[in-house]
Write a protein that binds this ligand. Structure first.
Ligand code: NAP
Length: 481
């Protein structure tokens, strides 16, 4: 099955932070792949912007080496054509340098996208300077990376500052999880099939587990991470988005605001979580890896590298069906999944029904994107009616054919920005509501100065996290790739 590519309109994309880590690993390779696929037409321009002094030829050399590392297919005619789209301006977000040159690089009649792949402290400053430079047209959009604030007040302040320069409909707050194919497939699965939606409620679903596990530690990001922690870095954004897509009502139309209205209602329906339903952890040293305290260089740190919570969405659909969410670093494997665990049949007619696991729908986001439905079937062969489990497995790469390349989330999201489609971006009120919900919980554990529970590197998190489920008679799925 070949993927369909609809070319976008001509655009000028100014990539602030073009020399940084994210631009190198994701954005520039993503743009090349979309160009290679025929989605970016000739005549589009990608204008790198950072403080480093470079001329256009220097930026072309830089991008060539970036692509050699992160998009090895980039060579020959495609690469040469891609390089002709590049331009560069040396600009200081905190000073005057470059701001008089930028307007001359932009064309009047095309879409303008300003992608801020810079530290969050620069988001408001760059937006203000863009506005002052007179380059914000009705056809402009601004893209801001995560983190969007570190609490409700800072997120609200940032929203206010951005909205002084751009309308809400021009602001694209990235959560790259929303760009993943499988995450969008949660909506397709629920709202384009008649099969699951009648079962998608507290009558049929026992509980939901959402896991985002990383095998790596804080690596080179120790200083930033220690200031944030798992709740701010992963939970408030990625896990909440996965929760929203799983729990939301069907929107009346597949339109950005209709979808985002429904997600917002989920956040607003969340009960506050008592500290007894929250587990925080910090990884211990492994055989050949340091502990969290060593990795961050902060022996007194009270910041969590793991958090698990039991949430209740207080509405008609979900009353009594808990959502268990967990995320952490240095766990057994890199794994992200949403697991919908169905209730048992109301009456057991077969022997062994008691110790079998029930139906589960597993939506896998990484490492391999796909969907599995756990079924109970008869064990083949004579000898009575013995039951066993069998997965109905659909790994997208296999199901859709080898030639389908699942595009990286950033590829999809950047093209959505150019198309002006905000469906997969967080609206300002959504981000604020998520902070408003989680803020009191973070504040409570910060004020209590409680120490996160230590857990083994390469394990599945603190013992208390297992207990969070056990005491309800349930258990987490294994963290295995
Ligand atoms: P980074 O490697 O530190 O790069 C920062 C970029 O900003 C560089 O190109 C730097 O170039 C430029 N810059 C710094 N100060 C500037 C100034 N005053 N004026 C103009 N340009 C300036 O950061 P990153 O890891 O790419 O992260 C960028 C953003 O993406 C951050 O908000 C981060 O939280 C977010 N993010 C990153 C990742 C990731 O995997 N890296 C993942 C998710 C989100 P010069 O020094 O030459 O100016």
């Amino acid at each position: 099955m070949a993927s369909r590519v609809i070319p976008v309109s001509p655009f000028d994309l100014v990539l602030f932070g073009a020399t940084g880590d994210l631009a190198r690993r994701k954005i520039l390779p993503g743009l090349f792949h979309r160009f290679e696929a025929g989605q970016i037409p000739a005549g589009c321009r990608i204008i790198g912007a950072a403080r480093r002094e470079m001329d256009v030829a220097g930026f072309q050399t830089f991008v060539t080496s970036v692509l050699a590392e992160f998009a090895p297919r980039a060579r020959g005619k495609d690469l040469q054509q891609f390089l002709t789209m590049l331009d560069y301006v040396s600009v200081d977000a905190r000073g005057d340098r470059g701001w008089d040159i930028l307007p001359g690089k932009l064309r009047a009649d095309v879409v303008r996208a300003f992608y801020l792949s810079v530290g969050p402290a620069l988001f408001a400053e760059i937006a203000t300077r863009l506005s002052r430079a007179g380059v914000v047209t009705p056809n402009s959009r601004i893209v801001v990376e995560k983190p969007f604030g570190r609490d409700f007040d800072s997120a609200r302040a940032l929203n206010r500052e951005l909205r002084q320069c751009f309308a809400e409909g021009q602001i694209y707050r990235i959560d790259h999880y929303l760009g993943k194919e499988t995450v969008q497939n949660v909506m397709a699965l629920r709202f384009a099939n008649a099969l699951f939606e009648p079962l998608w409620n507290c009558q049929h679903i026992d509980h939901v587990q959402i896991t985002v596990a990383e095998s790596l530690g804080v690596e080179g990001r120790g200083a930033y991470y220690d200031h944030a922690g798992a709740a701010r870095d992963m939970f408030q954004n990625h896990l909440m988005q996965l929760l929203c897509l799983t729990a939301m009502e069907p929107p009346s139309r597949f339109e950005p605001n209709a979808v985002r209205d429904e997600k917002l209602k989920v956040i607003r329906a969340l009960d506050p979580v008592p500290q007894s339903d929250i587990v925080r952890g910090q990884y211990r040293a492994g055989v050949d890896s340091g502990s969290y305290l060593q990795d961050t260089g902060n022996p007194d740190s009270l910041t969590e590298s793991f958090v698990a919570m039991k949430l209740q969405v207080s509405n008609w659909r979900w009353a009594g069906t808990p959502f268990y969410l967990r995320t952490g670093k240095r766990l057994r494997a890199r794994l992200s999944e949403i697991a919908i665990i169905f209730r048992d049949p109301p009456h057991a007619i077969f022997p062994q029904m008691d110790n079998r696991r029930g139906n589960a729908l597993i939506i896998k986001l990484q490492p391999d994107e796909g969907i599995t439905l756990r079924m109970t079937i008869k064990e083949p062969g004579p000898g009575g009616m013995r039951l066993t489990e069998a997965p109905l497995d659909m790994t997208f790469a296999e199901a859709l054919g080898a030639e389908i390349k699942v595009p990286d989330a950033y590829e999809r999201l950047v093209m959505d920005v150019i198309r002006g489609d905000q469906t997969l971006f967080m609206r300002g009120d959504e981000v604020e509501a998520a902070w408003e919900w989680i803020d009191p919980m973070i504040r409570a554990w910060e004020e209590s100065e409680s120490r996160p529970a230590p857990y083994d590197s390469g394990g599945s998190g603190p013992e208390d996290a297992l207990m969070l489920m056990h005491r309800d008679g349930r258990r987490w799925r294994e963290i295995e790739a």
